[in-house]
Design a protein around this ligand. Structure first.
Ligand SMILES: Cc1ncc(COP(=O)(O)O)c(C=O)c1O
Length: 443
């Protein structure tokens, strides 16, 4: 397994992260356990901030909290000078409870409810990223009722879609998100929103995809957004002060993955802005980005205890762990690939090929196919790397499995940042209607 951040194999042959021995973490917190390498989260955050400072442009790096949203993570984001992108009342509530500066919170989503909008306005958040025409009217109405003017970006689809190595230029009219530049709806949205009494149109937002390994998609997006900005300025005199270019910067899940350095993505974007906005704009817009995965993804490791195994001669050997699709649904959802190692036997040579199964009642609950490992025994610890993004965030209670704990590790200390769910948590919201309640035997 490729070792990320502060991960190393210690003198006992155990995987150590943030100076903490994972075998000891298992003793202290149990498994499954999400382990977050705090230093690596901070390092990634700083890489973005530094790269933007180098560009000389005004900027905000908004951590896309959908990747991993907890109180402690919001605190780290604030300490590192990041802004925050939220997409629901739950993420917003978490940020507010963490005391995150409201003016640096951006509210996304294609179907914000009136209650969510009201909550965000009451909190005084920095900006709404508006997704559709219904929302323009709804947001203005609620802003009028509250007697406030709210900052707005319009989410536009620039006709570029990018995934890892492939970036394709598409009409992209058929997307649930945003206003299409190509079919004119983005232009209509600018006209409509800039005329609303209680909306302050700051600019536009574009997000072209995820786990992107090359800069071409971002360069194309910048070029198209700049062309759109110029035509809007020429035709109706509206000037964008802010251009948000979304997230999607790729990370190294597998040893063979070849993402770019954070600085390379940022340079491609900022150079593109300088090139394409020059001439038409006297003052370059402020640039925002929204990295999620690339802030927390490779900082996360999930630790499991190996339980049963099933060897089908000539076919494969299944090795089951004490978690699965409930703590990491990505392999089942997207066929995502992960690397793993035995955390308690980090120096042992690989001896067998096994497939790692989860414990859920679902054949598709497989975490890793065909993994090379030392001869695995019940009780061994399996560490799956790069699980910091969209794992805890997407965890479920399928089969009424309890969601794992999360610990931050740094400089030899570990801190619990999310408690393991208890069995009482599992039934905490359940109610039994009186008519089917069990009657006491004696009165
Ligand atoms: C609008 C928007 N911004 C940012 C992100 C974060 O993307 P990533 O975690 O790939 O950086 C997403 C991911 O879905 C998104 O939809």
């Amino acid at each position: 397994m490729f070792l990320h951040g502060t991960s190393t194999i210690n003198a006992k042959g155990h995987l150590e992260i943030g100076g903490c021995d994972t075998v000891e973490l298992k003793e202290k917190y149990g498994t499954p356990l999400y382990i977050v390498d705090e230093a690596l989260v901070r390092q990634r955050s700083r890489e973005y901030v530094e790269a933007f400072k180098q560009s000389g442009l005004s900027f905000q790096v908004a951590y896309a909290s959908k990747a991993f949203c907890t109180l402690a993570m919001c605190r780290l984001a604030e300490e590192e000078g990041l802004s925050l992108d939220v997409v629901s009342e739950g993420e917003l509530y978490t940020a507010l409870q963490a005391g995150f500066p409201v003016e640096r919170i951006h509210f996304h989503g294609n179907n914000k409810t009136p209650d969510e909008i009201q909550m965000a306005i009451t909190a005084g958040i920095g900006c709404f990223v508006v997704d559709n025409f219904t929302e323009i009217h709804l947001l203005n109405t609620i802003a009028v009722e509250n007697g406030v003017k709210v900052n707005v970006l319009l989410r536009v689809t620039p006709g570029v879609e990018a995934h890892t190595h492939e970036y394709i230029s598409t009409g992209q009219t058929d997307s649930k998100f945003g206003f299409d530049i190509g079919n004119g709806s983005a232009f209509e949205a600018v006209k409509l929103s800039s005329g609303q009494s209680h909306l302050n149109l700051l600019g536009v937002h574009s997000h072209i995809g995820s786990q992107i390994f090359e800069v071409e998609g971002f360069q194309m997006a910048v070029e198209r957004v700049a062309a759109f900005a110029k035509s809007v300025k020429e035709q109706i005199g509206v000037v964008f002060q802010v251009v948000n270019l979304g997230g999607g910067f790729g990370i190294r899940y597998m040893e063979g993955d070849t993402p770019l350095q954070v600085a390379e993505y940022v340079k491609a974007i900022t150079d593109g802005v300088k090139q394409h906005f020059a001439g038409a704009y006297d003052k370059l817009p402020e640039i925002w980005v929204e990295p999620g995965r690339s802030i927390v993804g490779d900082a996360g490791t999930t630790l499991y205890t190996v339980g049963t195994s099933k060897d089908i001669p000539g076919v494969r050997k299944y090795v089951a762990v004490d978690g699965g699709m409930t703590d990491n649904p990505r392999p089942a959802l997207y066929e995502s690939k992960y690397e793993a190692m035995l955390a308690n036997r980090g120096r042992d040579e690989a001896e067998e090929t096994v497939s790692i199964a989860g414990k859920c009642c679902e054949s598709g609950d497989m975490l890793i196919w065909d993994l090379e490992l030392p001869k695995v025994s019940s009780g061994d610890l399996l560490a799956v790397s790069c699980t910091g993004a969209y794992n805890y965030a997407m965890a479920s209670n399928y089969n009424r499995i309890r969601r794992p704990a999360v610990v931050f590790v740094k400089d030899g200390s570990s801190d619990l940042v999310v408690k393991r769910e208890s069995l009482d948590d599992i039934v905490a919201n359940d109610l039994i209607p009186e008519r089917i309640q069990k009657q006491p035997s004696f009165k």
